[in-house]
Design a protein around this ligand. Structure first.
Ligand SMILES: [Zn+2]
Length: 301
């Protein structure tokens, strides 16, 4: 890589990392652009499938709600729209910022098992589409279509396109945006929730950063890189909200201790007080915009 595909800078800082979640090891080189702070995995493994074992978190633990529980979710959303908040789930806020409604045609890129779309369907959303190349097979229901498909093969247009921790799993961020503007309807909106190199934990701990997640994360942006991409593709980056969690601290600490995270019981590793402190610190970091992940909202101009 001679120059940054986002900003054109030719200065990079190198970090060498290992696969740590499953303890697969290896040696993966990342280059961080000195200007826009975008972080690129240099050589992408030919078979990424081996780094997504069947127990990869986004493909397991699918829950359905039935009967009263399903209806209470519907009522909770109707009340939320009237301004009455009964411990609303975080996705209400995402949909509100995206100005989505029950008739919006929504795509969830890298949808995993489709849990989020399932929840949205309980809340009255009807036109829901999920894409994930690591799905075992396509799955169709009245309101939801899940397709085992690569992002670049999508050939429909949407009012809302969401990437919930998926953007960083796709190589070539410029191409991702090139494609994005072709699958948005006029005035369409996109939400990218993604780890960011703005995070203090990345700056302090580099290769041990929990959300570096080598080699699954192919590109990790900085707020600056996403601002440049928005300008380049005539998108309005109209809202940024940091939403990092306490795992940035305990995950990074465990990687430093040489632990494999998959299957580990966190409560055996840290006291409740330590975990509470991590949680408090993540809230502070989000306010200071130095948390390790954020929500970026774009609108097609
Ligand atoms: Zn750059």
């Amino acid at each position: 890589m001679n120059s940054c595909e986002i900003c054109g800078s030719t200065s990079f800082r190198k970090t060498t990392a290992k696969e740590r979640m499953f303890g697969m090891g290896g040696s993966f080189e990342y280059l961080e652009c000195e200007n826009c702070k975008g972080l690129f995995l240099l050589d992408i493994p030919l078979d990424m499938g081996e780094y997504y074992p069947s127990n990869y978190y986004s493909l397991v633990n699918f829950n359905t709600s039935k009967g009263l529980r399903k209806w209470s979710k519907r009522i909770r959303y109707l009340l939320f729209k009237l301004g009455i908040s009964l411990s609303p789930p975080v996705y209400f806020e995402w949909l509100q910022t995206l100005q989505g409604n029950e008739n919006s045609k929504i795509a969830d890129i890298g949808c995993g098992n489709g849990q989020l779309l399932e929840e949205l369907s309980y809340n009255g959303f009807k036109n829901l589409h999920g894409y994930d190349p690591f799905l075992l097979e396509d799955k169709y229901s009245e309101r939801i279509q899940l397709k085992k498909m690569d992002y670049y093969d999508i050939n429909e247009k949407y009012d809302i396109v969401m990437f919930h921790h998926a953007f960083e799993h796709i190589s070539n961020p410029v191409r991702v945006f090139e494609k994005l503007v072709t699958i948005l309807n006029p005035g369409g909106k996109a939400l990218i929730r993604v780890p960011v190199t703005d995070g203090q934990v990345w700056k302090e701990s580099r290769e041990f950063w929990f959300q570096l997640d080598a080699p699954r994360h192919l590109f990790i942006p900085n707020t600056k890189s996403l601002q440049i991409l928005a300008t380049k593709f005539d998108l309005d980056l109209y809202s940024i909200k940091f939403d990092s969690f306490e795992c940035q601290f305990w995950g990074t600490e465990l990687y430093k201790r040489g632990k494999i995270l998959n299957g580990l019981n966190i409560t055996e590793e840290f006291s409740q007080q330590e975990l509470n402190n991590f949680k408090r610190k993540s809230i502070e970091y989000n306010k200071m915009k130095i948390g390790d992940q954020a929500c970026f909202y774009f609108k097609l101009k």
